[in-house]
Unconditional design. Structure first.
Length: 226
């Protein structure tokens, strides 16, 4: 019993420390993420893919509004909807998908929201680089259809699937359009994963288990001595 108590106590304390340090790391990432994108960034000529997640960037180029994707299974404030991905062509010809934000579900699966626009003028836009969203345990994947009209509906596609349908090479990252930029929808970006408060809560729970274990151990052994 003593050996089992020591092993469990060590495990509970270690798990608590692990969750606490994860919370500290996540808190630093969220604080950096919540800072506004600086307006005086140097203009990027290309996106290499080696950039840090959520790194702010400023790019010049133009949209390709005739080729857009709607990411399905995305909710906002408890409402179902889509995120809009629009190709953006940089001055050197490289293409990057710009996530222009969230739009609400129309109420009909065969009636997609109206996201068309005709602005192909040269623009300077800012945002943060991110990866494509990954499917959760309860979420299904559906690659975009190879034929049919645009925009194309898709659910958690891979980078290669989007390139195959678009028939163009894409930068390895997606640009989350800054909230101050035009031609966008609802943009309340948050880093993926659990918020830091959840990790701190889990850490306290594990340490609470350790305290309960010690109380039970000494309580049971004190009774035996009496």
């Amino acid at each position: 019993m003593t050996l089992l108590t020591i092993v469990l106590l060590f495990a509970f304390v270690a798990l608590g420390r692990w969750q606490w340090h994860r919370g500290i790391g996540k808190q630093a990432a969220w604080e950096e993420y919540e800072r506004p994108v600086p307006a005086d960034l140097p203009v990027r000529r290309a996106i290499a893919g080696s950039e840090a997640s959520f790194e702010p960037v400023l790019i010049d180029g133009h949209y390709e509004p005739e080729h857009q994707f709607l990411l399905d299974n995305v909710s906002h404030a408890g409402q179902p909807g889509y995120e809009v991905l629009t190709p953006f062509v940089l001055e050197d010809g490289q293409r990057i998908l710009v996530n222009r934000g969230w739009v609400a579900f129309t109420g009909y699966r065969d009636r997609l929201p109206e996201i068309s626009f005709s602005n192909r003028a040269t623009l300077r836009i800012s945002g943060r680089l991110a990866d494509l969203p990954a499917a959760g345990l309860a979420s299904g994947r559906a690659p975009p259809p190879a034929d049919g009209a645009w925009p194309k509906l898709t659910s958690f596609p891979t980078h290669a699937e989007l390139e195959a349908v678009l028939r163009e090479r894409l930068a390895p990252r997606v640009l989350l359009l800054a909230a101050r930029e035009p031609n966008g929808y609802v943009r309340e970006w948050t880093p993926p994963g659990l918020p830091p408060e959840r990790h701190f809560s889990y850490a306290i729970q594990w340490w609470g288990f350790a305290v309960v274990l010690l109380v039970l151990y000494f309580g049971l052994n004190f009774r035996k001595v009496q």
